[in-house]
Design a protein around this ligand. Structure first.
Ligand code: NOJ
Length: 709
């Protein structure tokens, strides 16, 4: 008998249910506070794992209690939200997605995993894979942005980074793909709200990153809080048992989100906690995070015949299997060793990730700042706030180690006089600081205006109905810019902000997102030209909240916008165009693309072709470019989007260097869910577009035909 079978055999019902019970310890608050003293429960075998605790001593104490005092000595699993770093905090995922570099995504995950594993953590509730096209939703900050292909590659890279290939790392951090699924489409961009999406949108947009995560071997999946088309995700047997288990053959652990099983009652699909527990277990949820309803109510559900002991055994076996894969039965006290030299490399990596995540949105010749500037005014509430640079979900990363924008600039420009005034707070009505900030700007050669959101305005339960600057920041910005000094605005934020007035007026704007511990140095490097910005937007940037949801891969309409024809698809009071398209991002170089060609103009459904394009850095500044390949299937049985991302490549180019970019494209890349949702590739013409962003007017195009094999 295997160890897992013999344990299962030896367990009482309560001990089994204990293995499905995930409790919070309360060192971090990541939901309603519902923790008590868990020691008694651990000793009684009523707890499978503990999260929100990262004090190694406390973890080891809890583990000793489980191993030495509980009857069967089953070790605990320690979890935490390690999203973009553990001690060393990297850029938030939405910003890092903009580096479009799977290797970077993997390296930062790997660093986070090592740090977390060296302090006793086994399981991260990451990567967050919610495709989102709605910047009102605060959680857009935590994920890979709007595109499913980016989501897929992000999923694969993060899971490799956390777990190693096939759990091969000596101390893997088990990854949890979350939130399954479609939370990014929450009605009106409000967290926890219901989601109503078509089957097509599920298969084309929201499920692919999870499919990629499962294929990459992720250890666990977390269900989303929301309901999808009327059924809360913790009760969605069709997507959990059906899609994940049967179709994708996922055999890892499915866990609920925080108190989500108990919430099935409030959702209106369970009469009471007994039913809620039964429905979730039957739907395929193995572990109950924080609700405690499995432990408290599955015995009654069993007695009433709502579940069978077999259902419980299967779930318990999966949890035990995860503990086994993590090596906890061999060494429950496993802690990775981490040398100081490795920690230093993480610190260097944090700077690299931050630099490659900041997006230069506009530049009217101001950046890089001239070396002759004598006096710079650094103004705004985000200039000197370390805590906000970390962004949401900053795990054990202390704000004290964070380099603020002000510090970064002072270090980078030691001979320049750098004056600072916050002007206003991030939120609030006090305008008394505007006049002194204006006075600083008046006397300056250039102004760095540090605007944006507080870190807590992104992440869970942090949605916004407006996409403007909070508080009196617009008043501050307009007044300061009226001083006439050339101004670069930095937007520290977890979402695109709709501030068209700022883009019109400032000489340069950088999306500074939340770049982590080394934010200030990264920004200073970009402003001074020590680093040539290379990030691209992983999300379309709207110019007005009314355009939301906005994304590049929309479908056509029967009446596409035509300025000469009133009865076409448009707004009366706003353009259809975003402020910046998906993929937008400037550098200090001038790079061109030319000579797009497709090797084989006719492609059988089983074949592969090469698409090539010449790229040339025509400037004297070395650059890193991202080149996107989009496609449009013009006529199909199901209308296809105007553009779909099929691939992208990155290339580093020296001054005046040219190169050829080589995409390998197989006909299967044009697969889509047909009318019956089964994947299909239809013969016919396809447009290929290649360019630096999804800006339709700037893309090169070529055609190919798909023919039956
Ligand atoms: C709720 C969040 O939705 C989820 O992302 C997180 O992992 C858990 N709380 C645990 O903190």
């Amino acid at each position: 008998m295997s160890r897992i079978d013999s344990l299962l055999h030896a367990m009482t019902l309560e001990e089994k249910l204990g293995q499905l019970n995930l409790v919070t310890a309360g060192q971090a608050v990541t939901g309603p506070v519902v923790c008590g003293d868990t020691t008694k429960d651990i000793a009684a075998g009523r707890v499978a794992g503990v999260f929100n605790l990262w004090d190694l001593e406390a973890l080891m104490r809890a583990q000793r209690c489980a191993v030495q005092e509980s009857r069967l000595g089953v070790p605990l699993l320690f979890g935490l939200d390690v999203l973009h770093g553990f001690r060393t905090i990297f850029s938030i995922p939405l910003a890092e997605a903009g580096a479009f570099d799977p290797q970077l995504w993997e390296r930062t995950a790997c660093a986070a995993a090592l740090e977390a594993a060296s302090e006793g953590i086994h399981l991260t509730f990451a990567p967050m894979l919610d495709v989102s096209r709605d910047p009102r939703w605060g959680r857009i900050a935590e994920g890979p942005g709007e595109d499913p292909l980016v989501g897929e590659r992000f999923a694969q890279a993060k899971i490799r980074g956390f777990q190693g290939d096939d759990f091969s790392r000596i101390f893997p951090l088990a990854a949890t793909a979350k939130h399954f699924c479609a939370g990014g489409a929450a009605t009106a961009g409000r967290d926890y709200a219901a989601v109503d999406v078509s089957e097509r949108a599920l298969h084309e947009v929201y499920l692919p990153p999870f499919r990629a995560a499962v294929e990459a071997g992720c250890a666990a999946v977390m269900t989303a809080f929301n309901n999808v088309n009327g059924v809360p995700m913790s009760a969605q047997g069709r997507l959990l048992n059906g899609y994940l288990r049967s179709r994708l053959k996922f055999d890892g652990v499915i866990m609920s989100d925080y108190t989500a099983i108990a919430e099935l009652v409030e959702h209106g699909v369970a009469a009471d906690s007994i039913e809620a527990a039964a429905i979730a277990l039957k739907a395929g949820v193995d572990m109950d995070m924080v609700s405690g309803v499995y432990l408290a109510h599955l015995p009654e559900a069993l007695a009433r015949g709502l579940v069978e002991e077999r259902d419980i055994d299967v779930a318990v076996a999966r949890v035990l299997q995860l503990k086994k894969r993590l090596g906890l039965f061999d060494d429950p006290y496993r802690v990775a060793r981490l040398d100081d030299s490795v920690k230093e490399t993480h610190c260097i990596l944090a700077l690299e990730a931050a630099r490659r995540s900041a997006t230069l949105l506009i530049n009217r010749g101001l950046l890089p700042l001239s070396a002759n500037l004598r006096r710079i005014a650094v103004v705004g509430p985000l200039a000197d706030s370390g805590a906000d640079m970390l962004g949401p979900w900053s795990a054990a990363g202390g704000a004290e180690n964070c380099v603020t924008i002000l510090e970064g600039l002072r270090r980078a420009l030691p001979y320049c006089e750098i004056a600072h005034h916050s002007g206003v707070a991030i939120e609030g009505d006090d305008e008394s600081g505007i006049a002194p900030a204006f006075a600083l700007a008046e006397g300056a050669d250039a102004v760095v205006l540090c605007l944006g959101e507080a870190a807590r305005m992104s992440g869970e339960a942090a949605c916004r109905a407006s996409l403007g600057l909070p508080g009196k920041q617009r008043q501050l910005a307009e007044r300061v810019m009226s001083a006439g000094a050339p101004t670069v605005a930095l937007l520290s934020c977890g979402r695109p902000l709709a501030v068209p007035w700022l883009f019109k007026r400032a000489q340069a704007v950088v999306a500074a997102w939340f770049l982590g511990h080394r934010a200030g140095e990264a920004i200073a490097d970009i402003l001074t030209g020590r680093f040539n910005p290379s990030a691209r937007l992983a999300v379309t940037w709207p110019c007005d909240v009314g355009q939301v949801p906005i994304f590049y891969s929309a479908r056509s309409t029967g009446r596409p916008f035509d300025a000469a024809n009133f009865y076409t698809s448009r707004y009366l009071d706003c353009s259809n165009d975003p402020q910046f398209p998906f993929g937008h991002g400037l550098s200090f170089s001038r790079t061109t693309l030319s000579n797009l060609r497709v090797d084989c103009a006719e492609l059988k459904t089983s074949q592969t072709t090469r698409v090539r394009v010449d790229v040339c850095n025509e400037s004297d500044i070395a650059t890193e470019e991202t080149i996107f390949l989009f496609a449009r299937d013009r006529v199909a049985s199901v209308a296809r989007p105007l553009m779909e991302l099929k691939d992208w490549k990155k290339i580093a180019l020296q001054p005046q260097q040219g190169a050829t970019i080589d995409f390998v494209l197989c006909a299967q890349a044009f697969q889509f869910p047909g009318e019956n949702m089964e994947p299909t590739v239809e013969p016919g013409g396809v447009d290929i577009f290649v360019g630096f962003s999804a800006d339709a007017e700037k893309l090169l195009s070529a055609r190919l035909r798909i023919v039956s094999a």
